[in-house]
Design a protein around this ligand. Structure first.
Ligand code: COA
Length: 187
């Protein structure tokens, strides 16, 4: 089970639960066409962002398979909320998890997503005791699979037209890392 002590600090970021005051920053991300291009949903209205934020606020711990932790990433230097990161507990029996990440485009290109995603991997491997953590994306989502490779995840599959999303057949890239690979990376 995973009940982290918040906030979690990395070099340049604070990872913490969402709160109601995040609505403007959360919506600034959720409303953008370029952000959701390779995600399953369309840009969100303010009401939809508010409803989603209300759910995310509650997702701070993992007690059973199917639970997720969703965290806001904030710049330590300015306090600005720049993205969100999640860890899903996929299976207790098989000790499997999955991570996800979404950043505001104004903050791409600084390695912030890599830094925050490493925190999510650490939570999954070291605190939740997972054996394997996966991540997946649309095969055209270069920024996403490049991030998975920076993290040291392994490309395990390129699924061909496995889903019909936004009116077209899409390919999916599947990446993963094992606990022993995480320990080797951590040195
Ligand atoms: C996927 C996503 C989070 C990646 O963001 P990103 O900014 O490319 O990733 P990072 O923050 O790790 O930054 C990496 C870039 O910063 C550079 N960088 C600068 N300083 C760095 C540092 N200290 N550490 C690592 N990278 C650094 C890297 O070289 C890389 O640049 P490049 O893309 O030109 O090679 C972002 O594109 C996104 O939010 N997309 C929309 C939502 C989405 O599709 N999410 C994925 C769903 S599967």
């Amino acid at each position: 089970m995973l009940h982290p002590t918040y906030p979690i600090l990395s070099d340049r970021l604070v990872l913490r639960p969402f709160r109601e005051e995040d609505l403007d920053a959360f919506h600034a991300i959720q409303r953008r066409e370029d952000v959701v291009r390779y995600l399953y949903w369309e840009p969100r209205s303010l009401a939809e962002s508010e409803e989603m934020l209300g759910r995310r606020i509650l997702q701070v711990a993992i007690d059973k398979a199917g639970d997720s932790v969703h965290l806001a990433a904030e710049l330590r230097s300015t306090g600005e909320m720049i993205g969100h990161f999640n860890l899903l507990f996929v299976s207790e029996e098989h000790r499997q998890g999955e991570i996800g990440f979404v950043m505001h485009p104004d903050h791409h290109g600084h390695g912030y997503a890599t830094e925050a995603a490493r925190v999510m991997l650490r939570l999954g491997f070291e605190d939740l005791g997972l054996h394997r953590i996966a991540a997946r994306c649309d095969a055209r989502n270069d920024a996403s699979w490049r991030l998975m490779e920076r993290l040291g995840m392994r490309r395990e599959a390129h699924l061909i037209e496995n889903e019909f999303v936004k009116g077209e057949w899409t390919d999916e890239l599947d990446y993963a890392m094992l606990d022993r690979e995480w320990r080797a990376l951590a040195g």
